[in-house]
Design a protein. Structure first.
Length: 501
């Protein structure tokens, strides 16, 4: 508990404030979430009229143009058309490819008689979300120029589906909210103690009763892709495998006293690797994302209790190897499968400790840093974020507090109110109190964990996620914004929800 309190104190002393121009007057834009980075007023303003249309300056932009037109039609409650090419008239919105500050997600809004959105494809898509937020608040915008880009490249949301099945419709609604807020990374935790949620052809015996068919996953990926959101899958091995091992009890890890670990697979058994290889290779082609998350969290607290792991490691890695090397070797083994498919491996950080093993995990593995020594019994002397970066890893800030919202269980004790998350944290501040600059930090994601899945329904979960997603969007974009949540809450009300189709 002392270490938990120290972590919370570290969050509180890490408050970062920014400024935002005063609102009001004819030269001020309506608010957006995240706030735009630069606004220079000047020139004639823009008016959205009954004849306004969305014009794509090239067929490659037809998708974003159509989506913007559909969303504007929803919020304006009247038809809005889109065209590819053709004349651009006053009142129109024109999407065009070009250059903008801040990399591929940067964009420019040129607001005049025509509202122009310019940037690379990703930037144009994000710019249309600003247009949508602005015009749903007022159809007349002051003339001027917006330049906008994110600070962090990964701005995400993780959903725990291994403990609670959530309907495809609920997931699509979250995709719309993410896109509306310029979030771009949807992490699906697809297996855990309550269910393996993918329909498996190689191992149908482990598929949960409530699961997603491969067609449902393809449809969700396509839906997210339309909004520019990457879907990253996670099959959590070698721990959290209760439902998979219920069908394969012979593969459960047993300690020296005969106690069975129902969620941990025995890494000393060749058949364990056969099962995990079958599942990874079956589903790797289903997800086009360049990432594959192997989980690798909360496996063994004390490797000395499992002498079979040490025997296996010594046979495989040499006489100096330890039981922990069986785990570290698993990480590199799984990473080899992922790399052979042309993808990059991601994992949780808690198994990477300063002591205990002789093997080194491939530095190309991306580490999502959620824990620190003392916060959970699974963590030894954990590598700090800067140490992981120095070893060659890319790191994402996945701090257990305040980025976790947990339904029930121990984790619920660490849930952070949106106001505290906004006022006392930013993605540069890790749970151990250390900081990384944005150049060494991929970004951050909100985590929805469903430890006690029946305690909240889909509507309740959506309500909890709603303000937290908006805080995550603002903090990962890292543009000038109100210094305190009491002010930011007013922006949440003004900007509203993503339009539903």
């Amino acid at each position: 508990m002392k270490r938990v309190l120290l972590a919370l104190v570290a969050l509180l002393v890490g408050i970062t404030t920014t400024s935002v121009p005063a609102r009001g007057g004819t030269d001020v834009l309506p608010p957006t979430i995240p706030a735009v980075r630069e606004w220079a007023p000047g020139g004639v303003g823009y008016t959205f009229t009954s004849s306004s249309k969305v014009v794509a300056a090239g067929s490659v932009l037809a998708g974003p143009a159509r989506l913007l037109a559909e969303d504007l039609a929803t919020v304006m409650n009247r038809p809005v058309s889109y065209v590819v090419g053709g004349p651009v008239l006053p009142g129109d919105i024109e999407l065009r490819l070009g250059t903008a500050s801040g990399g591929p997600e940067g964009y420019v809004l040129q607001i005049g008689q025509v509202l122009g959105v310019e940037g690379a494809m990703a930037g144009v898509r994000l710019g249309t979300r600003s247009v949508l937020q602005l015009l749903r608040q007022q159809t007349r915008l002051p003339g001027g120029r917006v330049r906008d880009w994110p600070t962090y490249q990964e701005r995400g949301f993780m959903v725990d589906l291994g403990r609670k099945y959530l309907s495809p419709g609920w997931l699509r609604a979250q995709v719309r909210e993410m896109a509306y807020l310029k979030l771009n990374y949807l992490h699906l935790h697809l297996s855990d103690e309550h269910g393996f949620r993918l329909e498996s052809a190689t191992h149908p015996e482990i598929t949960a009763e409530q699961h997603y068919s491969k067609q449902e996953i393809r449809e969700l990926i396509a839906y997210a892709g339309r909004y520019g959101i990457q879907v990253v899958p996670e099959l959590d091995f070698p721990g959290h495998m209760q439902t998979s091992l219920a069908a394969h009890p012979e593969l459960k890890l047993v300690n020296a006293n005969g106690q069975v670990q129902h969620g941990n697979i025995d890494l000393s058994q060749p058949a364990a690797y056969d099962l995990m290889r079958d599942l990874i290779t079956e589903f790797l082609p289903l997800f086009p994302s360049r990432y594959w998350h192997i989980g690798a969290d909360e496996y063994v607290q004390n490797f000395a209790e499992y002498p079979q792991l040490e025997r296996y490691a010594k046979q495989r890695y040499g006489p100096a190897a330890t039981g922990q090397d069986a785990y570290l070797g698993f990480v590199n083994w799984a990473d080899g499968i992922v790399r052979a498919a042309g993808k990059t491996t991601r994992m949780w950080n808690d198994g990477l400790t300063r002591t205990g093993g002789t093997l080194t995990v491939n530095p190309a593995v991306v580490v999502e840093h959620w824990s620190m020594s003392g916060l959970t019994p699974w963590v030894g002397p954990a590598w700090r974020p800067a140490e992981l970066v120095a070893a060659g890893h890319k790191v994402m800030n996945a701090s257990i507090t305040p980025t976790y919202y947990t339904v029930g269980g121990f984790g619920a004790l660490l849930n952070t109110a949106p106001a505290v998350m906004y006022d006392a944290w930013d993605p540069g501040l890790f749970v151990d109190g250390s900081r990384l600059p944005a150049t060494d930090n991929l970004g951050a994601e909100l985590h929805l964990w469903c430890d006690q899945p029946d305690r909240q329904n889909e509507q309740q979960l959506a309500a909890e996620v709603y303000p937290r997603l908006r805080v995550m969007a603002q903090h990962t974009w890292r543009s000038p914004a109100p210094p305190f949540y009491t002010q930011f809450a007013g922006l949440i009300a003004a900007v509203g929800s993503a339009p539903s189709p």
